[in-house]
Design a protein around this ligand. Structure first.
Ligand SMILES: NC(=O)c1ccc[n+]([C@@H]2O[C@H](COP(=O)([O-])OP(=O)(O)OC[C@H]3O[C@@H](n4cnc5c(N)ncnc54)[C@H](OP(=O)(O)O)[C@@H]3O)[C@@H](O)[C@H]2O)c1
Length: 380
């Protein structure tokens, strides 16, 4: 295993961390974790040098923390740093944070929580965190030793990322979505570099875009991989691209099968900062451009179009069509579209055009929403 730096902390994380959000499940039910196999996978990774495991209050219907706790029995707890997350999306009043933390400590049954994150911060949740003085409460938890280090995970724009980073001096680390397609999305490369420049450890999540960059690429992308003289799997290329960057502290992968764990551990062992050549980086740039070219809707998810007077989630509709087309996953997008609240779906557009006046890309949103519905609505 390779080990890296973690901001200003005296901790050397393994290049690969185990994300416990996509453990194998039974009966196609995400709350029913395949416990024996998950424990085998987590322990295999730890036996091979992995020293950081990541979970959260809500993963697998609350069962991820419990199964992770079990995996860490029999001497495994001492070999890893445990990270979990406060469900900021459930906070209503003062006292809630303590209630969730107590429950998490009991579920994990692993003593101290080494790395505690405020889960999935965005602009509205940052407001709640401030209003309920969650940071003041967290400082007491740090002082008492129940948690070791405080950070946050993030899903919003680069602007909001900066606001949150600059809004509190006590952050020690953060967790961002980052992969070769998301360089200008959410925190992006700019956010990664800014956080690192402030001395924070930066944990990367979704390095394979939740798996989309690893399997069954569209023909145009597959050809680029095949024609290149160096052979790697698509997953390995994507992971190496993240590890290539000095500001990244560690990369979390949510591994669903033992073969993923074996492959990703091997990748981590070969990883290093600046290990990719200029030619390699050029290849990944071509792959990125090809994926982007396959996007039918050049929406950047800036959300300027919102709120829609009818309640449509316009960027989400476009993202579903884009992901379906780019990653050969139209069926998956159709299922998700079918499960969306009807008033948020493209089919509920009444063509008032308010969104088009606000779109900085000047997209013909009304026509594009019709395309979304045509491609994604399933026959009744
Ligand atoms: N804080 C937050 O808001 C937040 C949000 C997202 C994630 N996270 C954390 O970050 C972790 C990592 O994110 P992620 O799970 O999205 O990571 P990811 O690595 O982008 O995606 C994981 C998926 O990639 C596929 N995969 C992994 N290794 C592979 C390999 N070697 N070959 C082929 N496919 C492979 C699997 O998908 P298939 O099973 O479909 O093949 C797996 O479920 C999560 O598990 C979670 O702990 C946190």
């Amino acid at each position: 295993m390779k080990y890296r730096n973690f901001g200003r902390l005296d901790f050397k994380p393994s290049a690969l961390g185990f994300g416990c959000m996509r453990l194998p499940v039974l009966n196609n039910n995400s709350s029913q974790i395949g416990e024996a196999e998950s424990i085998r996978m987590i322990r295999y990774a730890i036996d091979n040098g992995l020293n950081y495991v990541d979970t959260a209050y809500g993963y697998h219907g609350g069962n991820s923390e419990i199964v992770l706790g079990k995996a860490l029995r029999d001497g495994y707890r001492e070999k890893v740093a445990v990270a979990t997350k406060l469900p900021t999306y459930l906070l209503k009043e003062q006292g809630d944070a303590q209630k969730y933390l107590d429950e998490q400590v009991s579920r994990l049954d692993a003593g101290k929580i080494d790395f505690y994150l405020l889960h999935s911060l965005n602009e509205p949740r940052w407001e709640v965190v401030r209003r309920l003085d969650v940071l003041g409460w967290a400082e007491k938890m740090l002082a008492s030793g129940v948690i070791g280090h405080l950070g946050f995970s993030f899903h919003d724009s680069a602007r909001v990322f900066r606001t949150i980073l600059d809004g509190y001096d006590g952050w020690e680390f953060c967790q961002i979505q980052y992969n070769y397609l998301d360089t200008q999305n959410q925190a992006g490369t700019e956010g990664l570099q800014y956080a690192a420049s402030k001395g924070l450890g930066v944990v990367v999540m979704e390095p394979l875009r939740g798996g989309a960059l690893a399997t069954d690429p569209p023909q145009q992308v597959a050809r680029l991989w095949e024609e290149y003289p160096v052979r790697r799997t698509a997953a390995d290329w994507a992971l190496q691209w993240v590890w290539n960057q000095p500001e990244v502290s560690l990369v979390l992968s949510g591994m669903t099968a033992m073969k993923h764990v074996v492959e990703n551990v091997q990748s981590a062992c070969r990883s290093d900062v600046d290990s990719l050549s200029q030619d390699d980086l050029g290849l990944i740039e071509r792959v990125r451009d090809t994926y982007r070219g396959l996007q039918p809707v050049p929406c950047t998810s800036c959300e300027y179009c919102l709120p829609c007077p009818q309640g449509l989630d316009i960027p989400r509709n476009f993202a579903l069509l884009n992901q379906g087309m780019m990653f050969n996953r139209l069926e998956r997008s159709r299922r998700t579209y079918g499960r969306m609240d009807q008033k948020q779906r493209a089919q509920s557009c009444i063509e008032c055009g308010v969104c088009e006046e606000k779109c900085p890309q000047h997209l013909p949103i009304r026509e594009l929403l019709k395309d979304v519905d045509r491609h994604l609505r399933q026959a009744p």
